[in-house]
Design a protein around this ligand. Sequence first.
Ligand SMILES: Cc1cc2nc3c(=O)[nH]c(=O)nc-3n(C[C@H](O)[C@H](O)[C@H](O)COP(=O)(O)O)c2cc1C
Length: 115
Amino acid sequence: MKLAGLERAPCHVAVFVEPDPDQGHGLGRRTMPEAVAYSAVIAVHTLWLAARAQGVGLGWVSILDPSHIRTILDVPETWHLVAYLCVGYPEIEAIAPELEREGWEKRRSINIVVR
Ligand SMILES: Cc1cc2nc3c(=O)[nH]c(=O)nc-3n(C[C@H](O)[C@H](O)[C@H](O)COP(=O)(O)O)c2cc1C
């Protein structure tokens, strides 16, 4: 659904992580290596909220081949693609998520996912 954004969004942002950076002394990722990617996801989330606050829309596209993106952008082999984002002004504004509006998904009770 957001794939059209790849052709039409004026701004694309590819978010990578270096899985073993010098910075941070390995704290956290010694026991949870995935913490590096989680930190990047938090940054994406913050960008997403800031964008929406300014009326800018953001589509996260995961239906793509990460190694192809790495090659196109010529980044180091070790970098891990966390997110590919299409950023631009939305054509429509809606409170309900698109998947719900299009009948692809139904909202589940919060009691099912929070214990
Ligand atoms: C991790 C993640 C991956 C996503 N991947 C896709 C994707 O590949 N294609 C797509 O159409 N939407 C994808 N989405 C949803 C879009 O980012 C969508 O913009 C988001 O749900 C907000 O828009 P909406 O309110 O219209 O649903 C993904 C969302 C997340 C959080």
